[in-house]
Write a protein that binds this ligand. Structure first.
Ligand code: 3HC
Length: 288
């Protein structure tokens, strides 16, 4: 398959990541179908994207025409079959649970055309854990975006031992065409590059907080005002979702049995209270 053969894209999962991945693709003129099992989630995704794009129109970053053309390129559906039947690439952005992803990939493998690449946006599950759920392991790879996708420029493309060079080339070319900067990981590693770096920063921030060395605001200030990060680790955990940080640590612990990888009490408390960050109005900070 030639790179310019990608015309139709299916994004599975209409949460924060999936919806914005769909938008960046539609803005470049790709025909995009955003699929989710929940009609409610699809409606919320559409509403949220309209809000984000409206603000960009007001700031003069896009014209009304560009945005309405992008929305014309988008379809929203709860039917997986409908979403993948004519697609050239599937980008999966569903819950970070291996068994759920494997089941989805097996189903998509059955429904999608033979040439279709199946990429996962997982932030921590390498594609070799999923590839053998399909009969097209050479077409499976990781394509990992960052939150907020409309803003963050990097995409990590990860080649598994099963992934063909052609799949990687097409995925990298698509990444560039949607105005993102790809980095190619030729070997799989848990957490890839950016999240491995970030995980260390977040764990250290939690250590400093739990040991009462400094409070949330002070630790964030150290990062923003001493290290010039755009936001501090606690503000960032609120942005990404404290549940995401919690489940990543829990899975690392379950996979390795290493107690030091268990999510700390702060994460457990926040998840139990439903204080998951911006999306619930409260995390380490409170949002109006
Ligand atoms: N969704 C989409 N766009 C958003 C947004 C959101 N949730 N929040 C802010 N933006 C946009 C704004 O619309 C604005 O766009 P514009 O430049 O086109 O006008 C731009 O971001 C700047 O926003 P603001 O001026 O309101 O606010 P900030 O200057 O504080 O920027 C930020 C917000 C871009 C989120 C900035 O704080 C930032 O870069 N934070 C770090 C983000 C980061 O590190 N992301 C990586 C997270 S790790 C990850 O994603 C791992 C993955 O596996 C989940």
């Amino acid at each position: 398959m030639k790179n310019d053969k990608i015309k139709n894209i299916a994004v599975i999962g209409s949460g924060t990541m999936g919806s914005q991945i769909a938008m960046v693709c539609a803005l470049e003129g790709y025909q995009v179908t955003l699929q989710d099992i929940s009609e409610e989630s699809l409606a919320k995704a559409k509403q949220s994207l309209e809000g984000h794009m409206q603000r960009r129109v007001e700031k003069g970053k896009f014209s009304e025409d560009q945005v309405s053309k992008a929305f014309e390129c988008m379809r929203f559906t709860s039917s997986l079959e409908e979403a993948v039947k004519d697609t050239d690439i599937v980008i999966e952005a569903i819950v970070e649970k291996l068994d759920v992803k494997r089941a989805l990939f097996a189903e998509v493998d059955r429904l999608a055309p033979a040439h279709t690449i199946l990429a996962t946006n997982s932030s921590r599950i390498v594609s070799s854990k999923i590839a053998d759920a399909t009969k097209r392991s050479e077409k499976i790879c990781n394509m990992h975006f960052f939150n907020p996708v409309l803003v963050m420029e990097l995409v990590e493309v990860v080649q598994g031992p099963h992934t063909s060079e052609e799949t990687i080339q097409v995925t990298i070319e698509l990444t560039k065409r949607i105005n993102k900067i790809p980095i190619l990981l030729k070997k799989e590693i848990n957490g890839f590059v950016a999240n491995r770096l970030l995980g260390k920063l977040m764990d250290e921030a939690v250590y400093l907080l739990e040991n009462e060395i400094a409070n949330v605001e002070e630790i964030d200030l150290a990062c923003t005002k001493a290290l010039n990060h755009p936001i501090g680790p606690f503000a960032l955990m609120d942005l990404v979702g404290i549940d995401v940080a919690y489940y990543a640590r829990m899975q690392n612990f379950q996979e390795t049995g290493d107690e030091s990888m268990k999510p700390s009490k702060i994460f457990v408390d926040k998840v139990e209270k439903g204080e998951l960050g911006r999306k619930t109005g409260k995390g380490f900070y409170t949002y109006s």
